[in-house]
Design a protein around this ligand. Structure first.
Ligand code: SF4
Length: 232
């Protein structure tokens, strides 16, 4: 069961911001409860089994579907099973394996660079601070947030295309800038719900609240959704 919002402890949420984006605390709780029913125990749809694989998969997933990433990573991880192997790889070998991925040439260069940096600067272990992660090849704020949140190192609310779109349709945020949407979501939603809400918004965006044609008639969140209400 999703943890409910407790107004007595959730000091970060101002009354003004609640009023702006969410009709009531009760609606946020109802959204979380319905998401929990739809997608219990939400997880990343990227396949990985250790921290190295997580970082590589998230780097590859920029501007690319998880499905495509999952098609290339088994071979990539078999050939280059850790940071050390990746640091020694020839870029052409990486390119050959990840060719189906968008921007495979720049991602291959970044993967090798990232491997070299982790080996030389972090004793071949995944660095655990945002600053160190963001200094690695191919790792920006969103990638670092996904890794930190997924590993439970730091509460994070990465905003990808699905989170950006679905959160706004649901009236949880409102801006044409990703960093603003992230800030609004982090302000509005209690930190203990960030990880699940991040996954819920992505899963719902992929399955129901699609970019071009949201399936509002099939969406059980419709009674809580201002976008659905406007269409009626
Ligand atoms: S009702 Fe429509 S717009 Fe609202 S969350 Fe569902 S699919 Fe998206």
């Amino acid at each position: 069961m999703a943890r409910m919002v407790d107004s007595s402890t959730n000091q970060r949420v101002s009354a003004a911001s609640r009023t702006a984006f969410v009709a009531s605390e009760q609606r946020l709780n109802e959204l979380a409860a319905e998401f929990e029913r739809l997608y219990p125990n939400p997880q990343s749809e990227l396949n990985f089994s250790n921290e190295y694989q997580l970082l590589v998969a998230v780097i590859l997933s920029a501007q690319c579907t998880d499905k495509k990433v999952n098609q290339v990573t088994p071979k990539l991880f078999q050939k280059f099973p850790d940071f050390l192997a990746l640091s020694k790889a020839r870029i052409s070998e990486i390119e050959k394996i990840i060719r189906p991925i968008n921007y495979f040439r720049s991602k291959a260069r970044n993967l090798k660079l990232m491997g070299q940096q982790v080996v030389q600067e972090h004793a071949a272990c995944l660095p655990r601070s945002r600053q160190a992660l963001e200094s690695l090849g191919g790792v920006g704020r969103k990638t670092a947030s996904v890794v930190l949140g997924e590993l439970g190192i730091e509460a994070a609310f990465p905003v990808d295309t699905h989170v950006f779109r679905v959160s706004q349709r649901l009236g949880l945020a409102q801006s044409d800038k990703r960093d603003k949407v992230e800030e609004q979501l982090r302000t509005l939603i209690p930190a203990e719900l960030w990880r699940n809400m991040h996954h819920w918004l992505i899963l719902h965006g992929r399955r129901i609240c699609k970019a071009q044609r949201p399936l509002c008639a099939q969406c059980s969140l419709a009674p809580l959704c201002p976008t659905a209400a406007r269409k009626q």
